[in-house]
Design a protein around this ligand. Structure first.
Ligand code: ADP
Length: 357
C-alpha cells in the first residue's frame, strides 16, 4: 500500500515537472523568437547556424534547470499548504469512522489559504463534538435502561424463589406476592415512560389542540393524588383562577401536572404542605407547584430535567428519573417554559409558563 502511494507520488512529481518543463519551454521559445526577430529587423544582424544551435542548447539546459527548480518549489508549497492539512483531515475522519470521537483537527498557521482549512477544521471539530455528545447520551441511556430494568427483575426473581418455599405463612405469601406486583408495576411504568419519551423526542406524537378548562384539569389531576397526600397527612393549598381556558393538548399537559404533583407529594415529609396556583397574565398562563419538602441543591437542580437523573436516591424505588424529562419535553413542545426554585430543607417551587394563544 505504502509502495503504491510512493510510486504514485513519484509519477505525480514527474507529471508536474513535465507541465513546468513544457510551459517554460514554450514561454522561453516565444521570447527568444521575438527577441531574434527584433534584432534581425532593427539591427540587421544575421545569426549563423552554429550560433543558433549553441543558443538553443543553452536555452534547453536553462529550461531543464528552471523547470526542475520550480517543480521542487511547487512540490514544497503543495506539501505544506495543501497536502499536510488535507492529510490531517483525512486521518481525523478515518479515526472518527473507527468510533474515536475525541479526535480533533489542529489549526493551520501562517500559510496562504489557512482560513479555508481552518474553517473546514472547525466544522469537523464541531461535528466530532456533537457526535461524541450523542454517543455519550446513547451509551448512558442504554446503561441506565439496563440498570433500571435489572432492579425490578432481580426483585421479582428473589421473591418468586421465596414464594416457592412450601412452609410459608399466609402473611408471607401475600407480602412476597405484593413485592412482585410492585416490581411489575415499576417495570411497566418505566417502559411506558421510555416509550412516551421516545415518541415525544422523535416527534411521533403530534399535539392535538382543543380548547378546555385548565383550572378544572389541574383540580382533577390533583384529586388523583388524594389517597397519597392523605396517607402522609399533607396539607393541600390551592390558589386558582377559575374558568381559565386554554387551547392545547389536554392529554399531554396532564403528564406535566401529574408528574409535578407526584414529585411534590413524594418529596414532602408527612405533615408538610403542597400548594398549587394558577394565574393569568395578558399573554401567559402561570402554574406553580410548591412544596415544603426536602428541596435540592443547585447542583441537583441543574440536572433534574436530564433523563434517568435522580438527585434524591432515598426515593429511587418510587421513580425512574424520567418524570421531569417528560415534563420538560412536553413543555418544550407547547413552546412554554419551566423553571424551578429550591432550597435544601425548605422546599421547591416549579413554575410552568404557557402561552395563552
Ligand atoms: P424521579 O421522581 O422518578 O426520581 P424525576 O425526573 O421526576 O424523577 O425527578 C428527578 C429528580 O429531581 C428527583 O430524583 C429529585 O432529586 C428531584 N426532584 C424533583 N421534584 C422534586 C421536588 N418537588 N423536591 C425535591 N426534589 C425534587
Amino acid at each position: 500500500m505504502k509502495r503504491d502511494s510512493g510510486i504514485k507520488s513519484i509519477l505525480q512529481s514527474v507529471h508536474h515537472y513535465l507541465i513546468f518543463f513544457l510551459i517554460i519551454a514554450f514561454v522561453i521559445t516565444c521570447c527568444i523568437m521575438l527577441f531574434v526577430s527584433i534584432l534581425q529587423n532593427t539591427l540587421g544582424i544575421k545569426f549563423t547556424e552554429d550560433q543558433i544551435s549553441a543558443a538553443a542548447k543553452l536555452t534547453f539546459l536553462n529550461v531543464l534547470g528552471f523547470s526542475a527548480v520550480f517543480t521542487l518549489l511547487d512540490g514544497i508549497r503543495r506539501r505544506f499548504i495543501i497536502i499536510r492539512p488535507i492529510r490531517q483531515i483525512i486521518r481525523a475522519a478515518e479515526k472518527m469512522s473507527e468510533g474515536d470521537f475525541t479526535v480533533r483537527v489542529p489549526p493551520v498557521h501562517g500559510i496562504i489559504g489557512e482560513d479555508m482549512f481552518n474553517q473546514i477544521g472547525d466544522c469537523f471539530n464541531q461535528l466530532a463534538k456533537e457526535l461524541s455528545g450523542v454517543e455519550t447520551l446513547r451509551t448512558d441511556f442504554v446503561a441506565n435502561v439496563s440498570h433500571e430494568l435489572k432492579t425490578p427483575l432481580a426483585v421479582m426473581q428473589n421473591y418468586g424463589t421465596m414464594l416457592q418455599a412450601p412452609d410459608l405463612t399466609e402473611e408471607q405469601r401475600l407480602e412476597y406476592a405484593k413485592a412482585i406486583t410492585d416490581a411489575c408495576r415499576r417495570l411497566a411504568n418505566l417502559i411506558t415512560n421510555i416509550l412516551k419519551l421516545n415518541k415525544l423526542e422523535n416527534q411521533q406524537i403530534y399535539p392535538v389542540a382543543a380548547e378546555y378548562d385548565l383550572s378544572e384539569q389541574i383540580c382533577e389531576c390533583l384529586l388523583l393524588f388524594e389517597e397519597a397526600w392523605e396517607k402522609k397527612n399533607i396539607d393541600i393549598e390551592t390558589d386558582m383562577e377559575e374558568g381559565v381556558m386554554i387551547t392545547s393538548d389536554a392529554q399531554l399537559l396532564s403528564h406535566v401536572w401529574n408528574n409535578l404533583f407526584s414529585n411534590a407529594i413524594k418529596f414532602t415529609k408527612p405533615g408538610g404542605t403542597v400548594s398549587v396556583s394558577l394565574k393569568t397574565t395578558e399573554h401567559h398562563l402561570i402554574v406553580q407547584v410548591s412544596d415544603t419538602g426536602c428541596g435540592m441543591t443547585p447542583e441537583v437542580g441543574a440536572h433534574i430535567f436530564d433523563k434517568f437523573y435522580q438527585g434524591d436516591t432515598s426515593h429511587a424505588t418510587q421513580g425512574n428519573g424520567l418524570g421531569l424529562a417528560l415534563v420538560k419535553r412536553v413543555v418544550d413542545i407547547m413552546q412554554g417554559e419551566i423553571s424551578v426554585e429550591s432550597a435544601v430543607g425548605k422546599g421547591s417551587t416549579f413554575t410552568v409558563k404557557l402561552r395563552r394563544d
